[in-house]
Design a protein around this ligand. Structure first.
Ligand SMILES: *Cc1c(COP(=O)(O)O)cnc(C)c1O
Length: 390
């Protein structure tokens, strides 16, 4: 028996444990200090009433013989797949319901999708980035090349035509940078993917935070994308489903490689290794896409966006360079005075009692940068910004 040796190549992720340790040590020495956390990567507002009542109703159905549900379709109930199609239609994207796959979240599908690709593909990943893309490919033993985000491209890197890649990860609005590609930039990526016969894995987990109507919220708003892109989305950040678990993945039928439909491969993969999302959760998810449910989740999203705006306005006043802060719940700032990510972490913690996330935890190009999140309470955001201004 041999283990998968690729796991030994993973770097241990000390980021969040190191943050927790530093905060704990500081609190032990300064028990009277009140610390404000602006590093939370999780939502804090509860499920909206429309979702809760839909799930309550579904629970009661499960308790009666006439309405009890056992195994459902692995790819999700058609009522929810159709609701997702309806949501895309409002974005100007026509999908059929067998192009939509309901999942227990985007993270699982972003990792699982790799089952349908050969190990001998080269993967192109932006740096800095959501760590899941890198680690899942290290586990599989794939070759990774990076495309670098920095101040000069506002953390929206574009492809280098001389670099050949087969699988491309894009995340927009981006975690951690909050940066959002415009349509022209995404078209460059789509053209590059088509020219290289590559596949884009597009993570749109934060699409609902886009309020600027000129910005794309789905890669399928770009011509040619159905021939080269799979889109992953989630209700985690959009509707507070981080603990409830529900997402959706779109694999268009136009997506053909080696004369094989990737939609068929993914369906086969899911039917073999996945048994679907709970009926109760899918009923809750369906409610998100109703008029009432959507109105309610938008209120929560607007609350987070207003937090982001308060932070962005403060950073602008302080002349600190940043991306995000609008169309995203994240703010990605350049550490003042040339400090490294961890030096700035220590300064924020000890001088201002504010906790954020060091950018270097998201990749080498994150060094010297820092992530703040808008998922906290309004009063805390306001007080934290007052401390920074003072
Ligand atoms: C939070 C997040 C997700 C969502 O993950 P779930 O598994 O759906 O909770 C996906 N991508 C990015 C970049 C995220 O930050």
């Amino acid at each position: 028996m041999q283990i998968n040796q690729n796991f030994l190549k993973l770097k241990d992720s000390y980021l969040f444990s190191q943050i927790a340790q530093k905060v704990k040590d500081y609190k032990a020495e300064n028990p009277d200090k009140e610390i404000i956390r602006l590093g939370i990567g999780d939502v804090t507002l509860p499920l909206v009433p429309a979702v809760v009542s839909a799930m309550e109703k579904a629970v009661l159905e499960m308790g009666k013989k006439e309405t009890f549900m056992g195994y459902g379709e692995e790819q999700g109930y058609s009522f929810l797949r159709q609701a997702v199609c309806g949501y895309y239609k409002k974005k100007g994207v026509e999908l059929s319901d067998d192009e939509v796959f309901i999942s227990d979240g985007a993270k699982s599908d972003l990792g699982n999708i790799l089952d349908i690709f050969d190990v001998d593909n080269t993967v192109l990943i932006p740096d800095p980035v959501y760590p899941v893309y890198v680690d899942t490919n290290i586990m599989a033993g794939r070759k990774i090349v990076f495309v670098e985000g920095d101040e000069s491209n506002s953390f929206l890197p574009l492809p280098d035509k001389n670099v050949k890649a087969d699988i491309i990860y894009l995340c927009s609005p981006n975690n951690p940078t909050g940066a959002v590609y415009n349509k022209e930039q995404l078209k460059v990526w789509v053209d590059y993917a088509l020219a290289n016969n590559a596949v884009i894995l597009f993570d749109s987990a934060y699409e609902i935070f886009v309020t600027d109507e000129s910005l794309p919220t789905s890669i399928y708003q770009i011509e040619g994308a159905k021939e080269c892109a799979i889109e992953f989305s989630s209700l985690s950040k959009t509707a507070g489903f981080t603990g409830t678990r529900c997402g959706y993945t779109v694999v268009p039928k136009e997506l053909i490689r080696n004369n094989v439909s990737l939609n068929k491969l993914w369906l086969r993969r899911q039917c073999t290794k996945f048994n679907g999302v709970p009926y109760i959760v899918q009923r809750g998810a369906e409610a998100v896409f109703t008029e009432e449910g959507y109105k309610q989740i938008k209120e929560n999203v607007n609350y987070y966006l207003q937090n982001a705006k308060i932070m962005a306005d403060t950073l602008s006043d302080l002349d600190i360079w940043f991306t995000g802060g609008k169309n995203s719940p994240y703010i990605w700032l350049k550490c003042p005075n040339g400090l490294s990510s961890w030096e700035y972490f220590d300064e924020l913690l000890t001088k201002y009692n504010i906790v954020g996330t060091p950018g270097v935890g998201f990749g080498a190009k994150g060094e010297g940068f820092f992530r703040l999140t808008a998922f906290g309470d309004r009063e805390n955001v306001i007080r934290a910004m007052e401390r920074l201004k003072a």
